[in-house]
Design a protein around this ligand. Structure first.
Ligand code: 5GP
Length: 123
């Protein structure tokens, strides 16, 4: 897996981003096109392209994303009210950047379900 994405440039500080959290393995920064009052992306510094590439060897990096999400929720005061975390996968999931990221959306109640046009029967 060699293809890099725009997120590598953010990790390497080659392009600016509003970083709100950083540690050895994880980075969190504001989404450039926010869909909620608080919209932050939490990413592993090591690139994992999609959820399909998560395995026993890198699962701890994914776990860290949730640890950071929980910290940020408490720190920014919306842990109690609640929030949405989303990780999109490939085309049908709406993924556009192929470096996994947790979307953290907060600051208002979220709608559900997320799809607009139900085209198929449920299994
Ligand atoms: P996806 O569609 O892959 O689930 O989410 C990618 C997210 O990355 C989108 O919400 C998009 O707004 C955000 N994004 C894309 N490019 C940049 C960028 O250069 N900087 C920041 N901060 N966010 C970006």
């Amino acid at each position: 897996m060699t293809d890099s994405t725009i997120f590598d440039k953010i990790i390497n500080k080659e392009i600016p981003a509003e970083i709100i959290y950083e540690d050895e393995h994880t980075l969190a920064f504001k989404d450039i096109n926010p869909q909620a009052p608080f919209h932050v992306l939490v990413i592993p510094k090591q690139r994992i392209a999609t959820i399909n590439d998560v395995n026993e060897d890198n699962a701890h990096l994914v776990g860290n994303l949730y640890v950071v999400a929980a910290k940020l929720a408490k720190q920014h005061g919306f842990a109690e009210d609640g929030y949405r975390v989303v990780m999109n996968c490939n085309e049908h999931g709406g993924q556009t950047v192929y470096h996994i990221h947790l979307h953290m959306l907060a600051g208002q109640a979220m709608g559900w379900p997320p799809y607009q046009n139900k085209k198929k029967e449920l299994f």
